[in-house]
Design a protein around this ligand. Structure first.
Ligand code: ADP
Ligand code: ZN
Ligand code: ZN
Length: 731
């Protein structure tokens, strides 16, 4: 017997690995890197992953605890995958055990791992078409589902659900004995003639053809592409044709989409083009479904994995291409626990696998444009709309000279009326949900505010409630002022609910629908809403930025953007960039189906240089100007930042803790703080920030290593809740 010493990563918040001992008959019985092992940790048993194996150890071998058991002899993560996860943990200075935990489906994190059940897929029964016709005569939705399954047998429930069907419809068909489920055959997918629907393909225009050939040329080598193409320029067609070439080499493709970007339209474009198994991964899946998707990718059965940010950590048998769609989208940044930027990690993963990666957007992040300028990314551009849609015209309405009727100027109201008259749809965009952002007393000016956050309560009407948008706490709406007893309590400002009410009064004939986090909270409700909009059941769409993302409504020809002035004067240096992305993205939703679109931006500051530049010269010009400004100011991406956040029940402890870090000598970094967070108090906790900035990435990371040492050894380390955010996007 030989003793081996394993470095094991455990799901604990400590930034270190642990040594365990394993006796084996011979060296060839050593577990692989990435294997799962069961070990004793303090009083608990935990599942860990082998990071490395050695024949000796630096401590007293007698005192090293033995491994309880090796759970699976074959590696759970390939050594290459393991190296990627370790790099990710390293870059974000995050505990490796927690990173591994995110990469593995919950089912495999339990000690008594249930025997994986086979994935079920749906097929049509062999029934006479007349029988089907009669059985589904009065069931339109079931009929559509039946046809979807007939067209593409072998879809999983997770896929059908994402395509917009319900469990009730599926059960209905099964009860009528028109469909049946079978266990999915798990075998690596293999390209065949019938894997593609040639008819759906477009003849590429010159710019598209150049992009596709550049990407294909990079096969089996690492190269990052920035595909900058205006909305409707056919980026998706470029992805599809690059994917096709990858699949033909029997390699898999990972497509990352923003949080709410995985719509039935998105999925069906892939389904219509490729007759291959597709796995999907998003936050709406349950543990079992997530495990199924993971398994399909790992075994190579799924040719495509389409998913939101954490799909990035999946295992693949033979990944050949990564695509990040809408790469500027903030939902690629995870905002709690392991705060990673999926776009950056996707590039890291592509590099490790030696494969190409495509980042696509109409409004690339300034970071990506900077990388293109530095030559790190190959820049591909699509400057024309594909098909025959024209580019929307943008006008600024000066809100300081027009009398506003509850927030809307006359030119805006007139334009809405004219559009409705033409039987076309209107989108009105206001980035503030609720009825009003505050209520106050007209007599003594008392303001209803959340005592836990020191922020005004937002008034909601249906149901009537005061809700704190910072901590979520709720209160009844007072009828009397608690200070002076007056009953003159009024809403201040305007949110989407109030806007909806106002438009309902102004345009009585029109059907108005609101789309924001409140109206779409119910699962699947968003889907129904979008279907109704496509069918023209609603005429005016009112919403927050949710409305701006990825949805193409062919009959929307007027887009109104209200209240963007906040972004022009924000403390957040990224606010201008986000405003420009938003305006450009919403503009891209107008006038697609060969009807010309029109965008109206209502602002109190129509002459503001940021706004003028965006409207006159477009996002591309705006972004490059903004990038020059950032360089002059020494802000990211011209420098690198990390943010320590600390909070506690009082304001002295977090300040004291961060002061200890601020006082630590570190080389060549600028340190700002401790300063109160923008929302200084949230849910009863006092919050402080310490910002570290450096000109070089390496300088920053060296500094963070020393600061973390100090932080972890500080006497307050467990009395304040603190986190580190590398490359933060909300300061
Ligand atoms: P993007 O992803 O850049 O917003 P899409 O890929 O959705 O653009 O393309 C916009 C529309 O143009 C789609 O309806 C698509 O089918 C069509 N399209 C794309 N490429 C071509 C082409 N080469 N010729 C004709 N139509 C095209
Ligand atoms: Zn009062
Ligand atoms: Zn609150």
């Amino acid at each position: 017997m030989t003793d081996l010493f394993l470095e094991v990563a455990l799901p604990v918040p400590m930034r270190q690995s642990y040594t365990y001992k394993l006796s084996v008959a011979s060296l060839k019985d050593a577990p692989d890197i990435g294997a799962r092992v069961l070990v004793q940790f303090t009083s608990r048993q935990l599942i860990g992953f082998v990071l490395s194996v050695a024949e000796s150890c630096a401590y007293d071998a007698e005192k090293v605890k033995p491994v309880i058991s090796v759970l699976s002899a074959e590696a759970t993560f390939s050594p290459q995958h393991m190296a990627f996860l370790a790099q990710a943990a390293n870059y974000y200075h995050h505990p490796i055990g927690e990173v591994l935990n995110i990469a593995l489906p919950a089912v495999l994190r339990q000690i008594d791992k249930p025997k994986p059940e086979p994935v079920m897929v749906w097929h049509c029964q062999d029934v006479n078409p007349d029988v089907v016709e009669t059985a589904l005569k009065s069931a339109k939705k079931q009929k559509a589902l039946f046809q979807a399954i007939a067209q593409k047998p072998g879809l999983t429930w997770a896929e059908l659900r994402t395509l917009g069907y319900t469990k009730a419809q599926l059960n209905g068909l099964e009860e009528k004995q028109l469909i049946l489920s079978k266990a999915q055959q798990i075998s690596p997918f293999h390209w065949q003639q019938n894997c593609i629907n040639e008819e759906a393909k477009h003849q590429l225009n010159t710019e598209q053809a150049l992009a596709v050939s550049a990407i294909n040329h990079a096969a089996d080598s690492f190269q990052s592409f920035l595909l900058e193409g205006i909305t409707g320029s056919g980026k998706t067609e470029v992805y599809l044709q690059a994917i096709e070439e990858t699949l033909k080499r029997n390699q898999q493709v990972l497509v990352l989409v923003p949080e709410i970007g995985l719509t039935p339209q998105t999925l069906s474009r892939f389904e219509q083009r490729f007759n291959v198994p597709i796995a999907i991964h998003h936050s709406g899946l349950n543990d079992k479904e997530r495990y199924e998707a993971w398994q399909m990718a790992k075994t190579g059965h799924a040719a495509l994995l389409i998913g939101t940010r954490s799909a990035l950590f999946s295992s693949f048998k033979s990944l050949g291409l990564i695509i990040v769609d809408e790469e500027h989208d903030n939902s690629f940044k995870q905002q709690d626990t392991f705060r990673y930027q999926a776009r950056d990690l996707a590039v890291l993963r592509a590099r490790g696998l030696n494969i190409p990666i495509v980042l696509g957007s109409a409004t690339p992040a300034l970071e990506s444009i900077a990388n293109a300028q530095l030559g790190k990314f190959t820049h591909l551009t699509l400057t024309k709309r594909a098909g025959n849609a024209s580019v929307a015209k943008i006008d600024i309405i000066d809100a300081s000279t027009h009398r506003l009727e509850q927030g809307l100027s006359k030119p805006v109201l007139d334009a809405i009326a004219a559009t409705l008259n033409k039987q076309e749809q209107v989108m009105v965009f206001l980035n503030r949900r609720g009825y009003a952002p505050a209520i106050n007393c007209q007599e003594c000016f008392w303001l209803a505010d959340c005592k836990r956050c020191n922020k005004p309560y937002t008034l909601h009407q249906h149901p009537a409630r005061l809700i704190c948008h910072h901590c979520g706490s709720q209160k009844r709406v007072p009828v009397q002022c608690p200070e002076c007893g007056s009953t003159h309590i009024h809403p201040l400002g305007q949110g989407t609910e109030q806007l909806e009410e106002l438009l309902n009064q102004k345009f009585e004939q029109a059907s108005i629908v609101r789309i924001d986090r409140d109206s779409t909270r119910k699962k699947g409700s968003m889907q129904t809403l979008f279907n109704d909009i496509h069918q023209g059941k609603h005429h005016i769409l009112v919403g927050t930025q949710m409305l701006a993302k990825g949805h193409h409504f062919a009959n929307v020809t007027l887009v109104v953007v209200l209240d963007i002035d906040g972004a022009l004067f924000s403390y957040d240096f990224r606010a201008g960039e986000h405003m420009a992305q938003l305006v450009t993205q919403v503009s891209g939703r107008a006038g697609r189906a060969s009807k010309p679109g029109h965008v109206l931006i209502q602002s109190q500051y129509p002459q503001h240089p940021l706004l003028q530049d965006l409207v006159l010269n477009g996002y591309g010009h705006f972004a490059r100007q903004a990038l020059t400004d950032r360089k002059l100011a020494g802000l990211p991406p011209a420098s690198f930042q990390a943010l320590f956040r600390a909070e506690a029940n009082n304001d002295t402890l977090p300040k004291q803790f961060l002061t200890a870090l601020a006082d630590t000598p570190i080389a060549s970094c600028q340190v700002a703080g401790p300063m109160p967070a923008p929302a200084e108090k949230k849910a009863g906790k006092y919050r402080f920030h310490l910002l570290i900035q450096a000109k070089q990435r390496n300088t920053l990371h060296r500094a963070l290593s020393s600061l973390l040492q100090v932080a972890q050894q500080h006497s307050l380390t467990s009395r304040v809740r603190w986190t580190l955010d590398v490359d933060p996007i909300d300061l």
